[in-house]
Design a protein around this ligand. Structure first.
Ligand code: SF4
Length: 350
């Protein structure tokens, strides 16, 4: 296990970030916050996926006024993501959010920023100071200058907040490139003890963002840096949550309660679309529900043996597969029904 950097503990609506608390997984809704039904629906799906903390964009006062109604219908802590308007932050705090995320650099009026800090202090909620590379990048900044600027900017904001007696702070310094992200977080981790929210910003579509996040977020975690994370995808938020868990699992920082999936690499003997079947099953497997071993194998060479060894398995044939449960061959399933029937069986085995 990695030696974690010592950080202060911040309470976000009952989820503790920092210290020796488990690294929590966050994401952000992708609905318009004013669309209360769609937003609540998405958050409930994220709760199902195991999301610990959810963040919502608050671009307008109408969206800010929806936060309380949404919060009363969900179970996980809610963070309001605020840019520019200090009145949006004040309204979000009044609506009862559990944390706000701001970039102090885009609240130019110092007295208004201080009003927000004092409102958070009165309510006893933390603030994440989130500085992204895009918000500090100047013409011709190279990698080192960019990193140093992000760190200096964040430290200056921390000093300002501390001068107001406010230390309930989480920090993030996300860049869209991995080396700058790594350098910025490594640097800030040596300079203060505020808990760190990790992420690579604007990381791209899942195929690319998974690699960037695994290296960026995973690399930092492997050095003991980081207390909470968000994987950013140009894609569905529940996939961000799954990817977050997969990074933690790969590092041994999370032990999956759910299913373990075994699948063969396929070869010229395979006569079903195994790659597609495995990917669909993987995407729909519940994260935190069932302690099952599942095998999906391409043919009769190794298929029946592996499928018998696990709780539930499939051994492929030509356009069909044999389903095995607890060591017994149960029935033959046509290829086009394989994903649905396997998942139905898994649900019944919970
Ligand atoms: S189980 Fe069959 S299809 Fe899969 S790799 Fe082995 S021989 Fe090939």
């Amino acid at each position: 296990m990695f030696q974690r950097h010592k950080t202060r503990i911040v309470n976000v609506g009952g989820v503790l970030i920092g210290g020796n608390n488990p690294v929590s997984v966050q994401t952000m809704t992708k609905t318009h916050t004013e669309d209360i039904d769609a937003t609540v629906r998405q958050i409930r799906e994220l709760e199902e996926a195991g999301c610990h903390i959810v963040r919502l964009a608050v671009p307008t006062i109408v969206s800010a006024k929806c936060l309380g109604i949404i919060k009363r219908q969900i179970k996980i802590p809610m963070v309001a993501d605020i840019h520019f308007g200090h009145h949006l932050a004040l309204e979000a705090i009044a609506q009862g959010v559990d944390k706000i995320r701001i970039n102090p650099g885009n609240m130019k009026d110092k007295s208004k920023l201080e009003e927000v800090v004092m409102a958070a202090k009165d309510r006893g909620i933390p603030i994440r100071i989130g500085v992204n590379s895009g918000s500090v990048r100047g013409e011709g900044d190279n990698h080192e200058e960019l990193t140093s600027l992000m760190v200096k900017t964040v430290l200056r904001y921390c000093e300002h907040f501390e001068s107001l007696g406010f230390k309930d702070i989480v920090l993030s310094l996300k860049a869209s490139d991995v080396p700058s992200t790594l350098a910025a977080y490594r640097s800030i981790a040596t300079l203060c003890d505020y808990p760190l929210h990790l992420g690579v910003t604007a990381a791209g579509p899942p195929s690319l963002a998974t690699i960037k996040s695994a290296i960026g977020i995973g690399g930092l975690l492997s050095e003991g840096i980081g207390d909470t994370l968000r994987v950013s995808y140009t894609g569905a938020p529940e996939l961000e949550v799954k990817a977050g868990y997969e990074i933690l699992e790969a590092l041994g920082l999370y032990k999956r309660q759910g299913a373990e999936l075994i699948s063969c690499p396929t070869c010229g003997r395979c006569e079903i679309d195994l790659v597609n079947i495995v990917e669909k099953v993987r995407q729909r497997l519940p994260v935190d529900k069932k302690n099952l071993q599942i095998a999906i194998m391409g043919c009769v060479v190794n298929g029946p043996g592996e499928a018998r060894e696990v709780d539930i398995g499939i051994a492929g044939g030509k356009g069909f597969g044999f389903l095995f449960k607890k060591g017994e061959k149960v029935r033959k399933i046509p290829e086009d029904r394989m994903v649905d029937e396997l998942l139905e069986e898994i649900t019944r085995m919970s």
